[in-house]
Design a protein around this ligand. Structure first.
Ligand SMILES: Cc1cc2nc3c(=O)[nH]c(=O)nc-3n(C[C@H](O)[C@H](O)[C@H](O)COP(=O)(O)OP(=O)(O)OC[C@H]3O[C@@H](n4cnc5c(N)ncnc54)[C@H](O)[C@@H]3O)c2cc1C
Length: 327
C-alpha cells in the first residue's frame, strides 16, 4: 500500500477553520469548510451563536457556518466545531511522471481530470523546485524539468483500476512514468514534495511565497506566463502546487538586491490580475490577511466586496475582530 500523500496542512483546529485551510488532498476530499456541520462562535458584538446542525443535509436559512469558516478571525472567535467524519481509505496508489516542462505536466493533469478520474492529490514541481529538493534528498532529480505525483485512494479495486488508467493517460505526454516504485521511493518523493518550501528556502535564504488558483483549463497558460512575468522583472521563480485544483505556489527568491521587493510586488500584481482574468482567484488557500487586503477589491465583483463590508459591520460593528485583516 502506498503511503498517505501528505498530512493535513495545519495542526490547530482554530486556524484551520478560520482560514478554511486546504492542501493536496482537497482535490478529492474538499477544503475544511466541506467537513464542518456547524460551529459555535463569539461575535464582535459579544453575542455567542451556534450555527448548523448534526445533519449532513441542512438548508435552513443562510449558511452562517460557511461564512464563519474562512473568515480569518474577522467576524468572531470560533469556540467549537462539529465535523463530518469519513472512513480511512482502504487502499492507496501513486503514479509518478516526469515531463519536459511544467506546462506539459499541467496539460496532463487536465487530461486525467477530463477522463473523469478524481485522484486524492495531483502535485507538481518545476525544475527549479526539483533542483532545490534534490539538494536535500538526492533523488536524482537535478535535471528533471517537471515532476507530477498522482495519489489515488479509496476502495482497493477502484484504486487498482484508476492507477492503471492514470498510468496510461500519462504515458502519452510524459518523458517517463512509473507506477511500480518501491514503497520507500514513493515515500521519499512525497516527503520531497512536502519539504519543497523548506528546500527552496534553504537554497535561497529567503522566499516570497505566492498562492493563486485558476480553472484547470487555464493551468498550462498560467504556469507559462508566471515564468514570463518573472523573466520580465528579472526574478528567480520556482513554481509548485496542487495541480489538480489549479492551485499554484510561485516562489520568488530574495537575493538581497536593492529594488527586488518592489519588482516582486509588481510581478505578483501581474500574476494575481492574470489569475483573476482567467477566471481564478488571488488566493487558493493562504488567505487574504494583510498582504492581499489591498488587492482584494479589484479581484472581486464590486457589489460582492461591498456586501462583505456590510456583513463585517453586522458581525463586528466596533471593528475589534482581527482589525486590518481581509477588508
Ligand atoms: C508559507 C505558508 C504556507 C501555507 N500553506 C498552506 C496550505 O498548504 N494550505 C492552507 O490551507 N493554508 C496554508 N497557509 C495558510 C494557512 O491557512 C494558515 O497559515 C493556517 O491555517 C494557519 O494555521 P494556524 O493553526 O497556524 O493558525 P494561526 O496562524 O494561529 O491563525 C490563522 C488565522 O486564523 C485566526 N484564528 C485562529 N484561531 C481562531 C479561532 N479559534 N477563531 C477565529 N479565528 C481564529 C487567526 O486570528 C489568524 O487570522 C499557508 C500560509 C503560509 C504563510
Amino acid at each position: 500500500m502506498a503511503p498517505r500523500p501528505l498530512q493535513p496542512s495545519h495542526q490547530f483546529i482554530g486556524g484551520n477553520l478560520a482560514t478554511n485551510a486546504g492542501g493536496p488532498s482537497c482535490l478529492k476530499y474538499g477544503v475544511t469548510r466541506h467537513w464542518v456541520l456547524g460551529v459555535r462562535a463569539v461575535l464582535g458584538t459579544g453575542k455567542e451563536i451556534r450555527t448548523g446542525s448534526l445533519s449532513h443535509k441542512d438548508v435552513a436559512g443562510y449558511d452562517l457556518t460557511g461564512l464563519l469558516v474562512g473568515s480569518e478571525g474577522t467576524l468572531g472567535i470560533l469556540t467549537e466545531a462539529t465535523l463530518r467524519l469519513a472512513p480511512i481509505p482502504e487502499a492507496r496508489g501513486t503514479v509518478v511522471a516526469t515531463f519536459p516542462s511544467l506546462e506539459d505536466a499541467a496539460l496532463a493533469v487536465q487530461q486525467v481530470r477530463q477522463a473523469g478520474i478524481t485522484p486524492e492529490a495531483m502535485e507538481f514541481m518545476d525544475g527549479a523546485t526539483l533542483s532545490a529538493v534534490d539538494d536535500a534528498f538526492s533523488l536524482g532529480l537535478q535535471n528533471v524539468q517537471a515532476l507530477l505525483l498522482v495519489g489515488l485512494s479509496g476502495h482497493r479495486l477502484a484504486v487498482a483500476q484508476e492507477t492503471q488508467d492514470v498510468y496510461r493517460l500519462l504515458e502519452k505526454g510524459s518523458l517517463r512514468v512509473d507506477l511500480g516504485l518501491e514503497k520507500n521511493e514513493i515515500e521519499r518523493l512525497w516527503l520531497a514534495r512536502r519539504s519543497a518550501f523548506g528546500s527552496l528556502a534553504r537554497r535561497a535564504g529567503n522566499l516570497w511565497v505566492e498562492d493563486i488558483s485558476v480553472p484547470l483549463s487555464s493551468l498550462a497558460t498560467m504556469v507559462r506566463k508566471i515564468d514570463l512575468i518573472a523573466q520580465k522583472h528579472d526574478l528567480l521563480v520556482a513554481t509548485l502546487g496542487h495541480a489538480g485544483d489549479g492551485n499554484l505556489h510561485p516562489q520568488f527568491s530574495l537575493r538581497g538586491e536593492p529594488d527586488e521587493e518592489d519588482r516582486i510586488k509588481e510581478a505578483i500584481e501581474e500574476i494575481v490580475s492574470l489569475a483573476v482574468s482567467l477566471g481564478g482567484t488571488l488566493t487558493g488557500e493562504h488567505g487574504v490577511g494583510q498582504e492581499k487586503r489591498d488587492l482584494l477589491p479589484s479581484a472581486l465583483d464590486q457589489g460582492a466586496y461591498k456586501t462583505m463590508e456590510e456583513i463585517k459591520k453586522v458581525f463586528d460593528p466596533l471593528g475589534i475582530m482581527n482589525p486590518g485583516k481581509v477588508l
